[in-house]
Each structure stands twice: as structure tokens, then as C-alpha cells.
Design a protein around this ligand. Sequence first.
Ligand code: UDP
Length: 452
Amino acid sequence: MLSVHTSPLAQPGTGDAGGMNVYVLQTALQLARRGTEVEIFTRATSSNVPPVQEAGPGVLVRNVVAGPFEGLDKHDLPTQLCPFTAEVLRQEARHQPGHYDLVHSHYWLSGQVGWLARDRWRVPLVFTAHTLAAVKNAALAEGDCPEPATREIGEKQVIAEADRMVANTAEEARQLVELYGADADRIDVVPPGADLARYRPGDRAAARAELGLAADERIVAFVGRIQPLKAPDVLVRAAAELLRTDPARNLRVLIVGGPSGTGLERPDALIELAAELGITDRVTFLPPQPPDRLVQVYRAADLVAVPSYNESFGLVAIEAQATGTPVLAADVGGLGTAVRHGETGLLVAGHHIPDWAAALGTLLDEPRRLDAMRGRAVEHAANFSWEHTADGLLASYAAALSGFGVGEAARPTVLDGPLATERTNLSGAALLGEGGQVRSRALWRRRMGVHR
Ligand code: UDP
């Protein structure tokens, strides 16, 4: 697996670390449990990390030195793709040919690296975009910076090259086809999951006591990277609106996470907003929490809000429901799949503050309805496990491998024509011209039985 711009071992909920980190780590662990060992290449962002770390049985994280450890903006990462790729290729070259059976790239930057690795190693490239520039740019928060055109170009290239693509939802699959011209036959829809062993219902009072929260307040939590795209301000404004009409309301907003993306430009913006709205004493901020504390946050809350402008899935929504906490979410992207409107929470169209305040008030003022949603939330979340995701990925990998002509290539084959002396096999000792170069992409595709 390639995860160039963020390590699966980083604490999610701040900076560049979020759902993708959780996804990469959890799917790798599950794949390893099923007998598919995984090596994850990521860019080292500290001189303290060793070159290789074991993330769990059968999962290695390789921290590749490419560019400065600190201070490199995500938008400058394309400048470091060459050194990163060189190190990935060198690493593979230390092994016997055929060390890797498949490369799975996460996010477009890794897609660019995986594309070269695939050509060099002659193994299939599976690509998961996680987010898409065209989708993000179509739903920007007011005043937020659009994703650069270079990203969209880079995504298009990877989507054209990938042997298979994994989309989180059918909607994302459609976006890949309609916005990026992806070949629908090469897309597998595999929903992400939650760690259901960890995110389980529990004692709310104990969770509140552990977090230092009052036992008698109604608590609405936001969990995630704090940036305009995630719209925590919509929750703060909606809470202020409710408190304006009913100042005696026993309401607390709990914000868990750290600044990220364009939110880094004004890291205190949310604190300032709460002050401007006069609700500083009703808002509690917690820094990013590790999973064993985060589960207590979900249990402590009456409701979790996910007001994002765009969300390719929304792991927080599933994790919260898995603990029995209903979710109030924006009706965008994967949240329409993650939350069952009226059953496990509510979906709100748009980001109009009175609509959010009304939805929030409706749920908080109807405790019996909220309670009924709790059980259904747990049932719904049970459909989303990382085990299930890993099964979907293995099916996608199998399709990628079979589409790659591995069946025939597994046994050495004498080819016709000018390269009749060349042989193909899965271990990769194939299709090299004199000097060891792949002679032509179209040629080796044909030789490898890759049909588009
Ligand atoms: N997360 C965490 N600690 C925090 C906040 C978030 O571990 O304090 C994790 C959370 O458990 C979830 C992920 O970060 O798995 C966020 O994923 P999501 O899909 O909701 O948002 P993304 O970061 O992908 O935009």
C-alpha cells in the first residue's frame, strides 16, 4: 500500500491525518489476518521514526525519507514524488523479483507513485481516491480555497491508469465516471467500516465522568479535523441560535480535534466564533483523542453532528452510531449511506443555520425519539466492519489480478513474434528488453494479457 502524504500510525483528527489513516491501518491489519501481508510506504515526517515499524502482525510501515521532515505543505508534496518513488523502487529491488503481488494506492499522490511501481513491477495497480478535487471544489465552504487544478489533472491520470478503483459508495463510483471519465467496469464499491470491537455502547455517566463533563447536560459532539470543509462552525452557530431562543437550555457543544487544511490559517477561528456568539461557556474543546478515549466521547454525547460540506464517507458517523449515539449529518456524499434519515439520526439538506438549529432542537427535545434511534444506530453500524471492507478489497484485488492475465502468466509462456524468447511469469521476470527495460507499455500490456 502507498500512503504518501500521511502515516497510518499518525494520530487522526488533526493536520493531514484523518479517516484515510484509519482506513489504511485497519484494512491492512484485516488483510494480514486473512493471510495477505501488507507493507505500507509513507513519507517520514520526523527524524525520530525508524525506517520500518511493525503496525501489527503482518503489517509493516516503511517511513520513506523524501524531502524535509517538517514544514512541507500538502500542496508542495508533488515536488517530492520523485525521491519518494525512487526509494519505493529501491526498496523493492532489494528483494527477489515478484516480492509484491499488487500495489494499492491511497489518494492521488500515492496513485502517481503506484502507477510507476505498477509499470516497473508488472503487478496491478488498485487506486482509492478517498476524496476527489472536482467533488470537493463543487461543494466548498464560503471563502474556502479550492483544490488546485494540478490535483485534478493528477487524479485524472491515475484514474486512467489504474487497473481497478475502489469507491466508498455508489455515488463516488458515479462521480469517478461522470467527472473523471473512469471506466465503470473497473470500479468496485466497497464501503469502509468501523472497529466494532472498540466502538460499542457503554455507560454514558462513566464516560462523562472520565472526560470531566457534566452528568446533566445535553451534549452534542463534533469529532474530526477542524477546517471549513468539516463545518464545525455550523454546529456552533446552530447551538447559538437555539440558546438565543431559549437561554435556559442545558446545552453543551463538545469539539474534538485539531486544526487541519485551510483551518490551519486561523487555528483559533472556532474559539473566536464561540466568543463572538456569546457561547464560550457552552463550548468545550478537546485535542485529538486516541481511539480508547474517543469511544468515551461518543458514549458521552447525546448526539454527534457531522455538518461537512463534503464527505466521501464519514467514519465518525459510523463510529458514533456503533456506540449507540444518533447522528445529525449534512446530506452530502457518503453521509447519506452512513446515516439512515429518521431512523439512526437526521440528514439536513444544505447548511442554513435555522435548519440546523431546528433539526438539533427537534432531536434534543424528543428524548424518546432519540432513545429509539440509539438501538437502530447500533444495528445499522453493525453493517460496516473492517472485516467486511477487507473482504471487498480482496475481491477487488482478485479481479485486478485476473484482469492482469495472471492466470496465464503464472506459468512461463513462450510468446510469439519478435520477443519470442521472452517469458512472462508472476514473479516479474518478464518482458524486459535487452538492458532490462520494458520496451513499450502497449506491448507489455498485450503480453500480460491486460484488456481494457
Ligand atoms: N479521529 C480520532 N481522534 C480524534 C478525531 C478523529 O481518532 O480526535 C478519527 C476518527 O475515529 C475517524 C477519523 O479520525 O476514524 C476521521 O474520519 P472521517 O471519515 O470522519 O473524516 P476524515 O478525516 O476522513 O475527513
